[in-house]
Design a protein around this ligand. Structure first.
Ligand code: 5GP
Ligand code: ZN
Length: 133
């Protein structure tokens, strides 16, 4: 089993857990992009958002937990951002579905711009490696 988030879910790898239930585990991101940066991860391994069936209750549960953890961290009213990167072009690096909950400072549009800029850069690098620059 090579998946790092499966290892965290199973307690084989350490992480600072902030919430868990039968379906998901939430823990602090190892390289936080904001004062509060928590990842909400299904216990079951789905590589990307594309891989969960339409009728899986996990889809709604991930959002329910994101706002619950936001509430726990005192940022429900001040504001926070919830995002899912999907596949390489969407900036996904760890291929075990996860929801980012980021907050604790004012973002404006900067995170979106940074994410888009990063995606474009990664696509260009990927094309270079494929010899299609
Ligand atoms: P992605 O780009 O795949 O949406 O985000 C992956 C996130 O996982 C990144 O924000 C990264 O900092 C975080 N991450 C990667 N490896 C680990 C780890 O071993 N432990 C924790 N807590 N976070 C990790
Ligand atoms: Zn996994």
């Amino acid at each position: 089993m090579e998946c790092v988030f499966c290892k965290i879910v199973q307690g084989i790898m350490p992480a600072t857990r902030v919430y868990e239930d039968d379906l998901v585990v939430a823990f602090e991101d190892a390289n936080p992009a904001a004062p509060i940066h928590i990842l909400i991860v299904p216990r079951a391994h789905y590589s990307t958002l594309n891989d969960i069936p339409d009728d899986d209750p996990l889809l709604a549960h991930l959002l329910t937990v994101a706002r619950r953890v936001a509430e726990q961290n005192g940022i429900a009213q001040s504001g926070y951002r919830v995002l899912i990167n999907v596949n390489r072009g969407g900036g996904q690096v760890v291929f075990h579905l996860h929801v980012h909950l980021v907050g604790g400072r004012s973002f404006g549009q900067r995170v979106i711009h940074a994410a888009v800029g990063m995606s474009i850069m990664m696509a260009k690098v990927a094309n270079l490696f494929r010899g299609r620059s």
